[in-house]
Design a protein around this ligand. Structure first.
Ligand SMILES: Cc1cc2nc3c(=O)[nH]c(=O)nc-3n(C[C@H](O)[C@H](O)[C@H](O)COP(=O)(O)O)c2cc1C
Length: 222
């Protein structure tokens, strides 16, 4: 029996071209002010903001609507400390021995190193996991599709929601990061995707002076 069912689109209605152009421009203006911040304030942030940002991420388009993501939100000082310790171990190895010179050259303008103090200072670390499949209540397994594409899009929406709310974030990818699965007691069918540190920036925070590519460099209209 088919489970296919259609409902009227919940909200869509056309708006004028001018209104759409204005919306597109003002959203670009909002988003071009997003920057990755590496110095956080320890000031507390209402959990409701994080909950709604994750709900936003959960609306992302994804392969066959399997929603192959899981978000573990770390608030505990003790867990944050453990994550920092493990992340700094792998980061030290990366910077000292593993990273090829061309990678270190690419990172140089960002001023990053193995010190990850922000992992303890930011009020929230959202650890995002990809899920290979879902285990249903009767123990059958539901396969997931386009996992990385889907979780990448959801993460982009999470970062956008956090910026829109008035907070800052830092995408952190310690390499390798499997330690997060054990530390946060996630099942084997989940793999850590990245850590998103979230909070207010430190007062008078500074960010690297970098440029974004122009429209001509990133798009062609055929
Ligand atoms: C997948 C991914 C991994 C990243 N990993 C790190 C990281 O481990 N450490 C870090 O300091 N920044 C990391 N970043 C942040 C980038 O360096 C940053 O987004 C880039 O320099 C552009 O700067 P902006 O976000 O301020 O525009 C990462 C970003 C992405 C999307």
């Amino acid at each position: 029996m088919s489970k296919y069912e259609l409902i009227p689109h919940p909200t869509y209605s056309r708006i004028s071209e001018q209104e759409m152009i204005n919306n597109a421009k003002s959203f670009y203006k909002l988003m071009k002010n997003r920057r990755t911040v590496r110095d956080f304030s320890p000031d507390p942030v209402p959990q409701e903001i994080i909950e709604n940002a994750i709900l936003t991420a959960g609306t992302a388009p994804n392969g066959a609507n399997m929603q192959p993501w899981y978000f573990t939100v770390v608030k505990s000082a003790d867990l944050k400390k453990q994550i920092r310790t493990e992340a700094e171990k792998v980061e030290k190895e990366f910077y000292d021995t593993k990273a090829p010179d061309y990678w270190l050259d690419a990172l140089a303008p960002l001023g990053t190193d193995e010190n990850k103090e922000y992992l303890e200072i930011a009020p929230y670390l959202i650890v995002i996991f990809t899920r290979k499949h879902t285990v249903l209540s009767d123990d059958t397994i539901k396969q997931h599709y386009y996992i990385h594409e889907s979780v990448g899009i959801a993460t982009g929406m999470l970062i956008t929601a956090i910026h829109n709310a008035g907070l800052v974030s830092l995408t952190h990818t310690p390499k390798p990061m499997l330690f997060l699965r054990d530390l946060l007691q996630r099942p084997k069918y989940e793999t850590p995707f990245l850590i998103l540190a979230v909070g207010y920036p430190k007062e008078n925070v500074q960010v690297p002076k970098i440029d974004k590519k122009s429209l001509d460099e990133i798009a062609t209209f055929l």
